[in-house]
Design a protein around this ligand. Sequence first.
Ligand SMILES: [Zn+2]
Ligand SMILES: [Zn+2]
Length: 352
Amino acid sequence: MKSYDVCECGAPLELREQETPEPTGSEVLLRVVAAGVCHSDLHFWEGVYDLGGGRQLKLTERGMTLPLTMGHETVGEIVALGPDAGRLRIGDRKLVYPWIGCGECKVCQRGEEQLCLAPRFLGVFRPGGYSDHIVVPHPRYLLDIGDLPPEQAAPLACSGITAYGALRKVGGVLQTEPIVIIGAGGLGLMCLALLKALGGHGAIVLDIDPAKREAAKAAGALAVIDANAPDVVKQITDAANGGIWAAIDFVGSDKTVRMGIDSLTKGGKLIVVGLFGGEINLPTLYIPVKAMTLQGSYTGSLAELSDLLDLVRHQPLPLIPVRRRPLEEATAALTDLKEGKVIGRVVLAPVG
Ligand SMILES: [Zn+2]
Ligand SMILES: [Zn+2]
């Protein structure tokens, strides 16, 4: 088994070759067909989150160990089953749900494994898809992709479910009011596509990059606005013909969170998804007087991924631009993403 692993935070990934594991118990072994390169991989690669004020959260102090095989957006082909894995067809292609918890705590029992305090996330705490093989602990984490091409299905496990989980938090105004989407990277474009599939009214999309704004416009945004414009909040409210009821921030910097809050009308909600980091200083009076909601959203549950796949099967998404690159180019793919050179998604695939 070949994988490209983080051996030192931020350093180029290293090729490691090991014995291909034999699945035991309920485990399933898959041959990787497509592994999405996600913006959060940059954080796992560098091993830190920015907490603002010069402080950092180190992932190696939160249970991440090196070497790490990243990759949490994986489609694979079943090649072997543990004795307790039940009846699955060898050769079937499945999407892997990576946000796996301990399986035993109340949170996991409630079906919110992505919020478990003892996570076993594939590609973060357990080996993920930057490899030619992946082991999944139980067949319930494997979902049917039907006729979806693997490189379109793979990003549903993270960017898809993350955008979908955030949109589900918007509530009833989704169909009647324009929402704001901050950030037109992979997540923002996915959100725009899902909003359409859900019958949403539409979105005003903000980004600092003209190429990304152009991509959002082509994907059907009601309006696109330069997030660096000095009168950005006024431009948002003008485009919305009034205040905004819901904004989703896929960046999560102090600047974007503040911009999101400032664009809300009374009773509005800001859903923060992005992990850019920073800190905000907010008059607490705003919270009751604006009757505002500030809510975080972290990926989504196994049931949400299953709902999302149903949605996409009945309401095919416009194809997000996807570039396939061989697994050997994992470091280059991460570097391009870091430098903001990627429109849409990059999917790695082992050659052969
Ligand atoms: Zn748990
Ligand atoms: Zn991700």
